[in-house]
Design a protein around this ligand. Structure first.
Ligand code: GLA
Length: 718
C-alpha cells in the first residue's frame, strides 16, 4: 500500500494512488487520482514547473509564512522572542506507526502509514506529516505533528492537519452550513481566483459550518472531513498560476500553543478521499466511518428502535405518564424507551437544574432506580437524557461551585437557553462529570445515554493560563471524559446530540456510535438534512425519528407512512405521545416497526445510494443495498404535488445489471396487498420507473401540500 522509491512516496488505496515527490526542499504532490499501475519509467514530468517569483506553482504538502508563498499557510510558528520565520526542509520519509496522542481520537486499523519528516534547523522544530491508508476504503487519514527538539520554546499559531495543493483553479466547493434545525444544508460555489473559508469559531464543529467539505472538478470529487469536534477551518485558495490550495484542520482563531523543548503537538486527524463522483465518495466515507471510526463494540451492531419522550411530553410528565407511554411503545414494537429532559432537579422548564443530576422524586416516582425498573417491566430497555457539559445558575451545583461555570470574573456572562457551560478543563469539573454521568448510569442501569450540548462557547476563562487555546483544551477535556466513561461502560449506547445535529462529527462518533441528526423532524425539511449528512456519514450514525403531524415546528402535515419512510434513512425512532394515536395509526406503526426490524441490517448498514430526480426536481430518494447486491430497500419521495404536473420517474442504483429482481412496492394505504413486479437490474437502473398512484395512495391530510413517498424492497430471484 505504501512504497518509498527513488524519492517518490507512493500510497495506494483500493481505487486511488497518491504520489509525493520528496526530491526538493518541501515535498510536493505529483498525483492524486485513479489508481495507477506500477510506475516503470519515472514520473518527473509530473513535477510542478518552476517560476521566478517563488513557490506559486508548487504543490506542497505543507506551507509556511515567508518562503515566497503568501497564500494561506498550513503552519505558523512564532519564536518565544516574538520573531516570525521558519524554513522547514525535507529530512526523510519512512513507513511508521500511525501517530496517536492521549485523548485525541483517530481512525483505527490502518493498513500502512508513511511519515514525511521536515525540520527547521535553527529552532530544532521537527514536523512530521503522516498519511495512512486502509484496506477497505479510499479514505486516507492525514495528520501533522510538531516536535520541539530544540532548546527554546516556540508558539504555534497554526497547525493544520492537511494541505493538498491541486492543479487547476476552477473547482466547485461544497459546504454544509446552517443553524439549529437546519443543519448541513448544502451550498455549492466556484472558488475562482480568491480565498474561500469554511470555519467554525463556536467552540464546536457546529450547526453553522460542518467540517465536511467537497472540492469537485469535471473528473470527480475530493472529499474532506475532520476527526475533531471543536473549531475547524477549511480553506480553498486559487492563484493566477492555476493552483488551488486546500487546507483542512483546526481553526487558528484564538489558537496559540506553546511548545516547550521536548514537547510534541499532534493535529487532529483529517480525512481525504478522491472519488470519481459523490456516489463513490459516499461509499468510501461510509466504509471508513463504519470500520475505522465508530467504536468497535458497536460497529455493525443493530441499533434499537427507540421511543423518546421529548416531543411527546416536553418537560411535563410524571412516572405514571412515562410508564404508560413505554407500555404502549412496547405494544407497538419499540425496544428502548428514552426519558428525555425534565427528570432531574426542579427541571420543569429550561431555566434551571442543569448540573443537579439527581432524580426529581415526583416526576420519576421515587428516583431513577424505581423509574427504570418500571420501564423495564414493560419489556423495554431504558435510556436517559443528560447534558453533562452545562450548568444552570439556578442549580445546587452553581450555588455550591460558581467557579465551575465558564465565565470571566467580573463580567456578566452571555447566556443561551438560560444556561452557562461548565469549564470542563478544570480537573474537579471533569471529575464531577464522570462521577455524575456514572451515577446516572449505575442507578438506572441505562442501556442508552443521550448526551446533549445545547449552546456554544463564550466568555473563555484564563484560569491562570492564556485563554488562546482554550477551545482546544476544552475538546481534549471532553474526549478525556468520554474516553473514561465509554471505557467504564462499554455496553452503553451513547447518542450524541447538540440541540439536534450541532456537533455531528467524526470526533464525537469515535466515542458515541450515533448522533441525533437534527431537532427538525418535518419530513420535507429533514430529507435535505439527512441526504447531505449521509454524503459522508453512514445511516447507522444518524438518529432519525417519526414525530407527530402537524409538525411541532413547521406545522406541516405529512402522512404517517411518509414520516416513517424518511426516518428509515437512519436509525428509526419515534418521538411522539403514543397515547394520542388513533387505532389506525397504532396499527400502522406496529406494521412499520415490524417491517423496519425485518430489514434493519439493510437499512442501517447497506451500501447507501441517493436516488436523484429523473426529469422532475421534486423526486429524490435513498436505497440501501446489501453487500452482495441480492437485496435492497429504500424510499422514493415526491416533494411537491402541483396541479398540472406529473410523470414522476426515478431509477434504482447499485444493483447487478444481469440479475433479476422482484420489486415489492410498500404502498401507503394498502401495503398489506403488496404490489410486485420483476425486472433485470439493468432495467431497474437504466429505465425510468413510474410512481403510479402515489398521490391517491397516500393517506394525506386534507388540503395539505405534503410530501408523498413509497418504500420499495428488492430481492434478487435469479
Ligand atoms: C435539545 C435536543 C432535543 C431535546 C431537548 C431537551 O434541543 O436536541 O432532542 O433533548 O434538547 O431539552
Amino acid at each position: 500500500m505504501i512504497s518509498i522509491r527513488e524519492n517518490i512516496v507512493r500510497l495506494d488505496t483500493p481505487n486511488t494512488t497518491l504520489l509525493i515527490d520528496t526530491d526538493g526542499e518541501i515535498p510536493q504532490y505529483l498525483y492524486y487520482g485513479k489508481r495507477l499501475p506500477p510506475l516503470k519509467d519515472g514520473c518527473a514530468f509530473l513535477r510542478p514547473e518552476k517560476e521566478r517569483t517563488g513557490a506559486l506553482l508548487d504543490r506542497q504538502i505543507l506551507s509556511q509564512f515567508g518562503r515566497g508563498d503568501y497564500r494561506e499557510s498550513s503552519l505558523l510558528l512564532r519564536d518565544a522572542d516574538g520573531s516570525v520565520a521558519s524554513r522547514f526542509v525535507f529530512r526523510k520519509a519512512e513507513t511508521a506507526e500511525k501517530p496517536a496522542a492521549a485523548n485525541l481520537p483517530g481512525a483505527r486499523d490502518a493498513a500502512a502509514t508513511v511519515k514525511i519528516q521536515l525540520c527547521d534547523q535553527p529552532s530544532g522544530i521537527v514536523c512530521n506529516v503522516f498519511y495512512s491508508a486502509f484496506e477497505d476504503t479510499d479514505a486516507v487519514a492525514v495528520s501533522t505533528e510538531l516536535l520541539n527538539e530544540g532548546e527554546r520554546p516556540v508558539l504555534v499559531g497554526k497547525l493544520a492537519s492537511l494541505q493538498l495543493d491541486l492543479n487547476g483553479n476552477d473547482y466547485t466547493v461544497s459546504t454544509f452550513d446552517g443553524s439549529w434545525a437546519a443543519e448541513r444544508i448544502r451550498h455549492d460555489r466556484t472558488v475562482g481566483n480568491g480565498l474561500f473559508v469554511n470555519q467554525s469559531k463556536t467552540g464546536s464543529s457546529s450547526a453553522l459550518h460542518s467540517p465536511m467539505f467537497l472540492v469537485s472538478d469535471t473528473e470527480g470529487v475530493f472529499g474532506f472531513n475532520l476527526v475533531w469536534s471543536g473549531n475547524h477551518k477549511e480553506t480553498a485558495e486559487s492563484n493566477s498560476f492555476g493552483v488551488t490550495r486546500i487546507i483542512v484542520g483546526e481553526s487558528d482563531f484564538l489558537y496559540e500553543v506553546r511548545l516547550g523543548p521536548g514537547e510534541r503537538l499532534l493535529s487532529p486527524e483529517a480525512v481525504m478521499c478522491r472519488a470519481s463522483g459523490e456516489e463513490e465518495l459516499t461509499k468510501a466515507m461510509h466504509a471508513f466511518v463504519n470500520a475505522h471510526i465508530l467504536p468497535k463494540r458497536f460497529s455493525g451492531v443493530p441499533r434499537p428502535v427507540l421511543f423518546n419522550s421529548w416531543e411527546g411530553t416536553g418537560f411535563c410528565f410524571d412516572a405514571g405518564k412515562l410508564v404508560s407511554m413505554a407500555r404502549q411503545a412496547k405494544a407497538l414494537g419499540a425496544e428502548l424507551f428514552v426519558v428525555d429532559d425534565g427528570w432531574f432537579g426542579r427541571r420543569n422548564d429550561d431555566a434551571s437544574s442543569l448540573g443537579d443530576w439527581s432524580a426529581n422524586p415526583e416526576k420519576t416516582g421515587g428516583g431513577l432506580e424505581a423509574l427504570s425498573a418500571r420501564i423495564r417491566e414493560t419489556g423495554l430497555r431504558f435510556g436517559i437524557w443528560t447534558e453533562p457539559e452545562m450548568i444552570s445558575e439556578d442549580s445546587d451545583l452553581f450555588r455550591a461551585h460558581p467557579e465551575y461555570a465558564m465565565a470571566v470574573p467580573g463580567r456578566d456572562p452571555y447566556r443561551h437557553r438560560n444556561q452557562l457551560m461548565l469549564d470542563i478543563t478544570l480537573p474537579p469539573v471533569k471529575e464531577y462529570i464522570v462521577r455524575s454521568v456514572g451515577d446516572i448510569i449505575e442507578k438506572s442501569g441505562a442501556d442508552y445515554v443521550k448526551w446533549d450540548y445545547n449552546r456554544n462557547m463564550s466568555d473563555l476563562p484564563a484560569n491562570g493560563r492564556n485563554a488562546v487555546h482554550y477551545f482546544r483544551r476544552y475538546i481534549l477535556s471532553l474526549y478525556e471524559i468520554l474516553a473514561s466513561l465509554t471505557k467504564k461502560y462499554p455496553d452503553v449506547l451513547f447518542e450524541g446530540c447538540a440541540a439536534g445535529g450541532g456537533r455531528f462529527d467524526l470526533g464525537i462518533l469515535s466515542f458515541m456510535p450515533q448522533i441525533w441528526t437534527s431537532d427538525n423532524t418535518d419530513a420535507r425539511e429533514r430529507l435535505d438534512i439527512q441526504f447531505s449528512t449521509a454524503l459522508m456519514f453512514p445511516q447507522a450514525a444518524m438518529g432519525a425519528h417519526v414525530s407527530a403531524s402537524p409538525n411541532g415546528f413547521t406545522r406541516n402535515s405529512t402522512p404517517l407512512e411518509t414520516r416513517f419512510n424518511v426516518a428509515c434513512g437512519g436509525n428509526l425512532g419515534y418521538e411522539l405521545d403514543p397515547e394520542t394515536l388513533s387505532i389506525k395509526d397504532r396499527r400502522t406503526i406496529r406494521a412499520q416497526i415490524a417491517f423496519y426490524k425485518k430489514y434493519r441490517a439493510l437499512f442501517q448498514f447497506g451500501t447507501y445510494y441517493l436516488l436523484e430526480r429523473k426529469h422532475a426536481s421534486e423526486i429524490c430518494g435513498y436505497l440501501s443495498v446489501s453487500p452482495k447486491k441480492n437485496a435492497a430497500v429504500g424510499s422514493v419521495f415526491v416533494r411537491n404535488k402541483e396541479t398540472g404536473k406529473g410523470n414522476f420517474r426515478f431509477s434504482f442504483k447499485g444493483l447487478l445489471p444481469d440479475a433479476v429482481y422482484c420489486v415489492t412496492e410498500r404502498r401507503q394505504s394498502n401495503y398489506a396487498s403488496a404490489h410486485t413486479f420483476t425486472a433485470t437490474g439493468a432495467l431497474l437502473m437504466y429505465g425510468e420507473i413510474g410512481l403510479d398512484g402515489i398521490f391517491e395512495d397516500a393517506d394525506a391530510p386534507e388540503n395539505s401540500n405534503c410530501i408523498f413517498s413509497r418504500m420499495f424492497v428488492l430481492k434478487k430471484i435469479k
